[in-house]
Design a binder for this molecule. Sequence first.
Ligand SMILES: C[S@@+](CC[C@H](N)C(=O)[O-])C[C@H]1O[C@@H](n2cnc3c(N)ncnc32)[C@H](O)[C@@H]1O
Length: 193
Amino acid sequence: MVGLGDGREVLVARPRDSEALLDQGAFDSRDEYLPYWAELWPSAIALGRAVARRALGGRRVLELGCGLGLPGLAAATGGARVTLTDWAPEAVAAARDNAERNGVEVEAFVCDWRAAEALVARARWDLVLLADVLYEARNVAPLLALLPRLGREVLLADPDRATAAPFLAAAAEHWQVTTRRDARILVHRLHAR
Ligand SMILES: C[S@@+](CC[C@H](N)C(=O)[O-])C[C@H]1O[C@@H](n2cnc3c(N)ncnc32)[C@H](O)[C@@H]1O
């Protein structure tokens, strides 16, 4: 159970041993794939809390790189219409299971943010969520290009990784950025200028 800070709790199940999911074959054949989805990262918890502070009833909320899906589930338990996406089919299945555990309906499907035309076609989303997705420098450019095509508001939680500074510097061209700290995590709100 993860507390959202407003009295609500979200049940998040995850694989017991994520290291057992490491697979050299998948790393080699699936674009350096690592099973990061199987951890509940502190950024997801901070973003879940930030989402819980928002009135999102009826809003169309999209999560990219959702992993186990906590922020999106926080939105769904608050009445939002939520779409969860990740490039790892295992993550999408886990996020879907977690939605069921919490008695909420969400849409969940595999989507690589470097080839996200299906999501762009359905823009504008009212809110786009991302937790700890800047862990590799190669993620920065595709996300900078994609996010303005999805909607006018983004919440991105990050543990102040080295890639966050260049991401935010470039993002400032399109977005007005405000940042709130939740313990070690920075939650950035990007709002279209
Ligand atoms: C560090 S994990 C964070 C997971 C979850 N958001 C959290 O904070 O608990 C990064 C996530 O991004 C996903 N991911 C990595 N590259 C991706 C891509 N190109 N398209 C979509 N998802 C991707 C991974 O599968 C993983 O679930």
